[in-house]
Design a protein around this ligand. Structure first.
Ligand code: NAD
Ligand code: MG
Length: 392
């Protein structure tokens, strides 16, 4: 039996992971599950999978979770430290599917105990890629990508010589506002941004798809995960979301990964790696699909892509500042304090002032420095958002 833990079990990636594990309960021993306010669902999952421990990230939800699990023998925890402690429990395979920088600490804890980390939480690679990959190496642990584009790249690289790779192309659907006139974007509402044309995902990543902050995180994720030079990483808009990524080799060949927009593919690939197993995803009918389209991403529509290039250029801890400022800007947009188009302005202002102050430099990445940068960038971003809100 393989021991598995799922952090962010009640979210979109978490539920898809639970779905795959539930189909073969005899193969898995579930160690830890974590969630947020959806305590009823977390308790239900913990009972169904017979988990050792269930943890909510909110201390105020502990009592309800304990009540729902009383008499089951399942341990209960609450708060960020309890999540990191649960990640220290020995497991063979750990799904990192918390949203945001909060996924970093449990991811590191899982790697430190030598677990294979299935990484959906791209924010941890953006914030502290060097630290995460170094921790994996130091403990002989493996990180497997779960983002669909990065799973696609990893699959296209199997058996290949990495030095023969000329370029990597990750695709973007373009999100909810792909075809909107540019002048309408300032009026876009959170409800409109929360409608993804192809994928069914959590709220934050869906809005990040409309702004392309998701793709900008993924550009940095590609760099951190595979080590490619930023000049070799491209983004192309592909409205159908069927090709997830392409790898171009020095003989001119492009290897594309094609599949339905269903995260159970990338999750299943990481779960069964290095084997391939049957997965319950749709089989594509190419004749019915008929055509695949591609467009150049417009940086006026999606300035986040330009900001990601800036982050990769300046290096250091700028990824942590970028992600933190983006999280605050997204909160401010969701709370209707700032406009859709103000999010990039907030992030750009934070990056510029922090770079000017020399706050983004670092020689060797340390966790306390990453956390300090995260904290400072959140503070600055909140100030900038406030300023924009009062000026409007
Ligand atoms: P989601 O919002 O649906 O779920 C997030 C999970 O994290 C929930 O279980 C929630 O309770 C928990 N959580 C939220 N805030 C937390 C905090 N501060 N501390 C601890 N736990 C917290 O999100 P999702 O769409 O499943 O995305 C999860 C991660 O996977 C993100 O990093 C996202 O970028 C990445 N990802 C998602 C998809 C997708 O299809 N949904 C695809 C690729 C990558
Ligand atoms: Mg993705």
């Amino acid at each position: 039996m393989r021991r598995v833990s799922i952090f962010g079990a009640t979210g979109s990636i978490g539920e898809n992971t639970v779905d795959l594990i539930s189909r073969a309960p005899e193969e898995y021993q579930v160690v830890a599950l974590s969630g947020g306010r959806n305590v009823a669902r977390l308790a239900e999952q913990a009972i169904a999978l017979n988990a050792e421990i269930a943890v909510t990230c909110y201390s105020e939800c502990k009592q309800e979770l304990a009540a729902r699990l009383s008499g089951t023998g399942i341990d209960v925890g609450a708060g960020p430290d309890a999540i990191a402690e649960a990640a220290e429990r020995p497991a063979d395979w750990v799904m990192s599917a918390i949203v945001g920088a909060a996924g970093l600490a449990p991811g590191l804890a899982a790697l430190e105990q030598g677990a294979t980390l299935a990484l959906a939480n791209k924010e941890s690679l953006v914030c502290a890629g060097a630290l995460l990959m170094e921790t994996a190496r130091a403990h002989g642990a493996q990180v497997l990508p779960v983002d669909s584009e990065h799973s696609a790249v990893a699959q296209a690289l199997v058996g290949e010589d990495i030095s023969a790779v000329e370029r990597v192309i990750i695709t973007a659907s373009g999100g909810a506002f792909r075809d909107w006139p540019l002048e309408d974007l300032p009026k876009a509402t959170p409800e409109q941004a929360a409608k993804h044309p192809n994928w069914d995902m959590g709220l934050r990543i869906t809005v990040d798809s409309a702004s392309m902050f998701n793709k900008s995180l993924e550009l940095i994720e590609t760099r951190e995960f595979f080590g490619f030079d930023p000049s070799r990483i491209e983004v192309v808009v592909h409205p159908q979301s069927l090709i997830h990524a392409l790898v171009g080799f020095n003989d001119g060949a492009l290897m594309a990964h094609v599949g339905p927009p269903d995260m159970r593919h990338a999750i299943g690939y990481a779960l069964h790696y290095p084997d391939r197993r049957h997965l319950p995803v749709e089989r594509l009918d190419l004749v019915k699909i008929g055509r695949l389209d591609f467009r150049e991403p417009c940086e006026r529509r999606w300035p986040a892509l330009r900001l990601a290039r800036e982050v990769m250029r300046s290096g250091g801890v700028s990824g942590a500042a970028f992600n933190a400022a983006k999280e605050v800007a997204l909160d401010a947009f969701l709370a209707r304090q700032i406009r859709f188009t103000d999010m990039a302005a907030v992030v750009e202002e934070v990056l510029e002032t922090m770079e000017r102050d020399g706050a983004l430099k670092c020689d060797r990445m340390r966790l306390d420095h990453v956390m300090e940068t995260d904290h400072l960038a959140r503070k600055r971003a909140a100030e900038v958002a406030e300023l924009i809100a009062t000026e409007a």
